[in-house]
Ligand binder design. Structure first.
Ligand SMILES: [Zn+2]
Length: 208
């Protein structure tokens, strides 16, 4: 029997996940979730904000699974969406690639801006896992973003798609990159037995 392949996440991403959890749940909720996740050691010494792939993927998934276990599925959807917004907004402030991308986006028409943001996001998502796990395709009306081996729902058993963390992140990053709001839906979820998590993004922005 071969061992399952070990999954890794960039340290800075786990650090950002902890920060987003604390900001979303408040200090006491955050401490409870970290404790239930078996990650108490990270309270005193969170991972450094560097790009090394040294954080076990299981730590990242355990953190999010504990939110679902503690708050229940309905409440968790809202928590995850806010978590994703916090995570996305912090990521674009901290990641050097985002700082490089921003001035170039201003030169592009809206549709090319959306595409450039999603291409960059796929690339960053691959970099933070050290593997090519994310793909972007499109049809005339929507972009489709697929996550293989999604750590945002690993180990969860929800009744409905649960990766609102990713939905919230996509909404926040698209808003940052384009100045507009876009409808984002998770249409397939690994935690529901689908082969991968798939997110559908309307090409036309919402009229708000
Ligand atoms: Zn997922």
């Amino acid at each position: 029997m071969s061992e399952p392949q070990k999954r890794w996440v960039e340290n800075s991403i786990m650090r950002l996940a902890l920060f987003s959890t604390e900001l979303t749940l408040g200090k006491s909720g955050y401490h409870a979730v970290v404790h239930v996740s078996g990650l108490d050691r990270l309270l005193d010494s969170p991972p450094p904000g560097n790009t090394k792939l040294e954080t076990p993927g299981e730590d990242f998934s355990a953190l999010l699974s504990s939110v679902l276990n503690m708050y229940g599925e309905v409440t968790t959807r809202g928590i995850f969406r806010r978590w994703g917004a916090t995570f996305g907004e912090a990521a674009v402030r901290r990641r050097p690639s985002a700082l490089l991308l921003k001035p170039m986006l201003a030169l592009l028409p809206l549709q090319r801006r959306v595409r450039a943001v999603l291409d960059a996001l796929v690339n960053e998502a691959d970099v933070t896992r050290g593997e090519m796990l994310h793909t972007l395709t499109d049809n005339p009306d929507q972009y489709l973003l697929s996550f293989r081996d999604c750590l945002y729902c690993a180990g969860m058993h929800p009744a409905e798609p649960i990766c609102f963390t990713v939905v919230g992140t996509l909404e926040a990053v698209l808003k940052w990159g384009t100045g507009r709001d876009f409808a984002v839906r998770e249409v397939r979820c690994s935690a529901r037995g689908d082969g991968q998590c798939v997110f559908e993004i309307d090409k036309q922005p919402l009229h708000v």
